[in-house]
Each structure stands twice: as structure tokens, then as C-alpha cells.
Design a protein around this ligand. Structure first.
Ligand code: SF4
Length: 370
């Protein structure tokens, strides 16, 4: 064994990796990858930085990536370059003998953290006391903890993504008159409006207040209870950003993610999931002009992939980056891979079996929607 390789293997602590600048470890990542072969599958979320995406076997949104893991039962290790709830979903859906790894356990999601399990339990108890819980189907956006997914599964509800939120809402409202939508109020409001629910039929549930900050009659008059959560990245986009882009280029088409506020979604030309945004741009003719309201890494990548079009971020004066996802670095990836090459699994994600059952139920109901 060459002396330099021996030194690498002798020091597998994370701090020894973090000393290296980005891209300095590319050769080592590639070598460890080759060494592990098909035993490893690397998944990269659309919002992940380029230095990491470069090594991904697949890129996609959280749900599509979890499905990819299911399609590769030969992969013993699934390295999820995304955030915590995504790795949890992959662990719930994975096959026997597979292990899911999150390169940095601090890569969380501020939106998922806005619905804590005990808060949801407490809200449900209050709704029970009002006699409303029996009339409610809970739906959780996939951007939530496995415990929240399990809660929804065990209470007759399901998971949704930004691609199938309309179908999930229709499914739920065909069964019961009301929905509790967790944890993103904006996706819930935008989707509810798209299927014809009036804003006056929606109430926001603030988990820090009694009855979510509502009186009982307001709750009784609502078909859609929107948990007071949001994405810190998408909430930064404002209606004036849309106005500004149009003033600068009257031909621009504004396309935004439904985690943006209702006001922004209403002003935009198109609203849809990351997949929807990517497909819209891929199918546009040369010369098309876009202002895109979603995470900056994806917007930059789209601009690089489509130089024949003009693609700019909806807000050019801010930096709408998912800072938690940014924590997954090439250094972390190299650390995980070189440890695996030595038989050490670092940062495994293991959802407790009891939670897994309920979460799987909620995910399976979503899969059945198609
Ligand atoms: S972009 Fe927003 S919702 Fe998505 S992972 Fe980051 S904080 Fe969470």
C-alpha cells in the first residue's frame, strides 16, 4: 500500500477531511467510489451544491430519490446527499439489507422542524375536544419528520409531494370534510386554492397558540387547516420581485415553486414542483426568458444546462440557498466513502420500527394515488 493511502486510512476522523478545500478530495472520492462499486448508491437532491452533485448516481426531488433507492436493491449503502427527512423517507422505503447514510447529521430542514410531534399530538387533542378530529384527514408534505408521517398514517392520512398535493387533497376530501395540512402552509394554501377551496374556508393553525390562534367557529367553518410552517428559502420571494422581473423584461415567464407565498404564486405565470420547473424549461424554445423562484443551486444549474435560454433567479439581490443542505460537502462525502471502504458505516439513519410502520402506511397511500 502506498504511504499516502496508508496515512489516509489511518486518519478517518471528520476533522482531518474538513481541512481540505472543496474539490481537493475529488480524486479520493472517485477512487473510494470505484472501490465500492455497485455496493454504493449516491443520491443528490436538486438543491445540492455542484461539487457534491457531480458524484451523484441520480439527482431528483426527495421522493424520486427515495424511489431510486428501491430500484437498486443491490446497493448496500445509500448515501443521501440531501437533508434529514429525505434520508428518513429513504430508510422507510428501503429494501432489506440496505442502509441509508446522511453525510452530515446536521443537515436538517427548517420547515420539517416547524411541526414537532408533540405539537401535532396536542393540536389533534384540541380538535378532538371540539369534536372535529373525526372529520379530519391529516396530510403531511414529504418535508416532515418520519414521526409526523407516522402520525398521519395512523390517523387515516397520507403523505404528499409538491407534485401530487392536489391528488392527495382530493383523496382526503372525498373521505372526510376537512384536512389538516402539515407543515407547509403555503403549499397547502396554493394547492387548496387550485382545487377550488376559498381562502375563507382555510384557517392557519399556529402551534404556539390555543386552538391554533382560532376560535372554535372559525375552525368549524374551515375545510383546510394549514399548519403554520414555511420554507425559509421560498418564503423570501416577494410579489415585488415578480413586478421587477417583468419591468426589466416584458417577455419573461415567472415560474415558482408552490412553497412560495400565495401572493407570489398568484402573480407568477406558472407554479409547480422542481420536476415541473425543470420540464417546463427543458421543453421551452431557444430564446425563452425565465425568472425562477426556487433554490439557487437548481436555478444556476438550469442556466448552465440551457445556455440557449435566459434563466435568472426571481430575486437577484438575495441568495436563496438551502443552507442546511449546503452542509453536505465533498469533504463529508469523502469521509463517508472512505470509512465505508474500511467497513465502517458513519452517520446511518435508522427510523425506529414502530415509527416506520405508520410512515410506510402514509407513504403507501400516496403511492396508491397514481
Ligand atoms: S429548501 Fe426549504 S423545505 Fe427544502 S430542505 Fe431547504 S429548508 Fe427544507
Amino acid at each position: 500500500m502506498a504511504a499516502s493511502t496508508a496515512n489516509v486510512l489511518a486518519d478517518c476522523s471528520l476533522t482531518s477531511y474538513l481541512r481540505h478545500p472543496d474539490r481537493a478530495l475529488d480524486g479520493r472520492i472517485a477512487a473510494a467510489r470505484r472501490n465500492l462499486g455497485r455496493r454504493v448508491l449516491i443520491l443528490g437532491h436538486h438543491y445540492q451544491r455542484d461539487e457534491v452533485i457531480h458524484f451523484a448516481d441520480y439527482t431528483g426531488d426527495s421522493f424520486r430519490l427515495a424511489r431510486r433507492a428501491m430500484e437498486h436493491p443491490e446497493a448496500e449503502y445509500i448515501i443521501f446527499c440531501g437533508v434529514h427527512f429525505m434520508a428518513e423517507s429513504a430508510d422507510v422505503l428501503r429494501g432489506p439489507g440496505q442502509q441509508v447514510i446522511l453525510p452530515d447529521l446536521n443537515a436538517g430542514c427548517s420547515m420539517a422542524d416547524m411541526a414537532e410531534f408533540t405539537q401535532v399530538e396536542d393540536a389533534w387533542e384540541q380538535l378532538e375536544a371540539l369534536g372535529l378530529a373525526a372529520e379530519i384527514v391529516p396530510i403531511t408534505y414529504i418535508n416532515s419528520t418520519a414521526a409526523i408521517k407516522a402520525f398521519c398514517g395512523e390517523h387515516g392520512g397520507l403523505v404528499c409531494t409538491s407534485s401530487n398535493a392536489q391528488a392527495a387533497l382530493r383523496w382526503a376530501l372525498a373521505r372526510k370534510p376537512r384536512v389538516l395540512f402539515l407543515p407547509d402552509q403555503h403549499l397547502g394554501r396554493n394547492t387548496g386554492h387550485q382545487i377550488g377551496i376559498g381562502l375563507e374556508e382555510m384557517a392557519v393553525w399556529n402551534p404556539r397558540q390555543e386552538l391554533g390562534g382560532n376560535d372554535a367557529s372559525r375552525l368549524r367553518g374551515s375545510r383546510l387547516l394549514l399548519w403554520k410552517g414555511h420554507c425559509s428559502v421560498h418564503q423570501r420571494f416577494l410579489p415585488q420581485h415578480v413586478d421587477q422581473c417583468r419591468a426589466e423584461d416584458p417577455t419573461v415567464r415567472v415560474i415558482v415553486h408552490p412553497e412560495c407565498s400565495f401572493e407570489v404564486a398568484q402573480k407568477a405565470d406558472q407554479t409547480g414542483s422542481t420536476d415541473f420547473i425543470i420540464r417546463a424549461i427543458e421543453s421551452a424554445p431557444a430564446g425563452a426568458s425565465w425568472a425562477v423562484g426556487t433554490e439557487l443551486h437548481l436555478v444556476h444549474r438550469l442556466a448552465q444546462q440551457h445556455p440557449e435560454q435566459k434563466i435568472i433567479p426571481l430575486d437577484r439581490n438575495a441568495c436563496p440557498v438551502c443552507t442546511t443542505m449546503f452542509r453536505i460537502s465533498p469533504q463529508h462525502l469523502c469521509w463517508v466513502l472512505e470509512n465505508l471502504a474500511q467497513g465502517e458505516v458513519v452517520n446511518p439513519i435508522r427510523v425506529p420500527e414502530g415509527v416506520k410502520r405508520g410512515a410506510r402506511l402514509a407513504l403507501d397511500r400516496m403511492l396508491a394515488l397514481a
